[in-house]
Design a binder for this molecule. Structure first.
Ligand SMILES: C[S@@+](CC[C@H](N)C(=O)[O-])C[C@H]1O[C@@H](n2cnc3c(N)ncnc32)[C@H](O)[C@@H]1O
Length: 189
């Protein structure tokens, strides 16, 4: 009998083939565009992840590493608070859901999960990939803009991974206020 897959293996398998349907030239252009954005001047006032090609490129090339980085931070957090298990999780600027995968890899069980992002293509692909993870099958993937109007449902854990750098100073301040008001624990990566 085969050993069960680890969450990292499940994620890699779910991401494999993401670029298959994409013409190589389009995939290469999407990767170049993303590299340009992430090296260049952020924040932006419009989503960087604009379409399926951008999102597939981001997920294929960045998501496994982002997942590992967030999992490592969460492991350290879990070790510091033994016995604490989040009863609910909100992933702000969650994109394709790397941090949500990392939460499921850190604490077993199923909990209400909400992923918020302003980029609809990222949410759509995140939902698709998450179908491979039983703990994320009922997650809600919701369009939401981080800014002064942001309000978050009350929850145990909020994650914000690789997002702060993309925000203007006022939006960053609004996010910090909203997360502090909503959660028992906030993990920023
Ligand atoms: C570098 S990606 C990180 C995605 C995900 N958290 C991860 O760790 O893979 C930044 C994410 O923040 C989202 N984002 C940036 N500014 C935002 C804003 N003002 N409101 C909502 N989402 C925003 C982007 O759409 C993108 O999905």
């Amino acid at each position: 009998m085969n050993a069960p897959q680890s969450p990292a293996e499940t994620l890699r398998a779910a991401l494999a083939g993401l670029l298959d349907g994409l013409p190589p030239r389009q995939a290469a252009q999407a990767v170049e565009r993303l590299i340009g954005h992430y090296r260049g001047a952020t924040p932006t006032d419009a989503p960087i992840l604009r379409d399926r090609a951008d999102v597939a490129a981001y997920a294929a090339y960045r998501m496994p590493a982002t997942f590992e980085a967030v999992r490592s931070a969460l492991r350290a957090f879990a070790a510091a608070v033994p016995g604490w298990v989040p009863g609910g999780h909100v992933d702000v600027g969650g994109g394709t859901g790397a941090a949500s995968w990392a939460v499921t890899a850190t604490w077993g069980g199923v909990r209400p999960v909400t992923v918020l992002d302003w980029a609809e293509p990222a949410l759509a692909l995140g939902r698709e990939v998450a179908a491979a993870n039983p703990a994320l099958r009922d997650a809600r993937w919701q369009r939401s803009r981080i800014g002064a109007a942001l309000t978050l449902e009350s929850t145990d854990l909020v994650t914000v991974s690789y997002v702060l750098n993309e925000l203007t100073a006022p939006d960053r301040a609004a996010l910090v206020d909203a997360t502090a008001a909503a959660a028992q624990a906030v993990v920023l990566v």
